[in-house]
Design a protein around this ligand. Sequence first.
Ligand code: ADP
Length: 307
Amino acid sequence: MEEIKIFAPATVANLSCGFDVLGCCLDNVGDEMLIRKNDLQEIRITKITGQELPLETDKNVAGVAVKALLNKLKRHQGFDIEIYKKIKSGSGIGSSAASSAGAVFAVNKLLGTPFTAQELIPFAMEGERLASGNAHADNVAPALLGGFSLVKSYEPLEILKLPAPAELRMVILHPRIEVNTRDSRGIIRQNISLQKAINQWGNLAAFISGLYTEDYNLLGRSLKDEIVEPVRSILIPYFDELRKISIQKGALGFGISGSGPSVFAMCRGQEKAEAVKKAIHEFYQEKEIEFDLHLSKIGNEGVKILK
Ligand code: ADP
């Protein structure tokens, strides 16, 4: 195989109760990438459309992630990478993770699949280190594994794939204001009370139980965050109103996607999700902020081969 075209999915990290450990993969929101072997023994980013992003290999997360993979294999094969960006950088739905995960998935396929999807995660995490200064896995893991994923620990790296109940839908609003991951980490308090920790791990455990038992109402009741959301939501215009509208229209729960500014409403069934999306659209179109609005199932496969 000389070249491959893939769909690199957007992801929602944190999901309220799982700050830095939980994430899920979207099904129809994502970038496309075309990757082909070259004879130059060089990794080149040859084309990027849709976003202003660095073409230098060492400044693009796709280049950095592929280099990490090839270093491990001690291979000198070169690749040309074309990135067709649909996910906006800094939106909080894993723009950098999509490129890192997509690139290592594609190169792995072109090399005859020496690594499993799980084994690709650390390479994609190197892309995240470049993007945010922190090699986090909560976006790249669901992008590579699909469904929901839980980062059990970083040392040693242990990541679990969790099931995604079929009727789940995510409505995602991206208000086009820029919130940098570094800035939005900076405002989080480093110490929390024991009571808040107890509440949070109760919610996270219940959420995971809800995924296995397909208890949609329990999922909704567990989408709570007393630790990070109260601080970060201040950066998101009309956060409280958006939550109120979503819940009124029947969403199971509502929260910040990753470090924001995107927010998500988790819904049961397409019909409810359409109603929530419509209500958010009507509310936001009257504001002076440009926005994107998506409705997606949970992507069970992660990165997908297009051709
Ligand atoms: P997100 O959380 O949506 O991934 P971040 O703000 O964390 O957004 O990361 C985006 C940063 O990564 C930007 O500084 C961007 O220039 C950089 N970057 C480098 N290569 C890429 C790429 N291929 N796709 C997206 N962002 C990239």
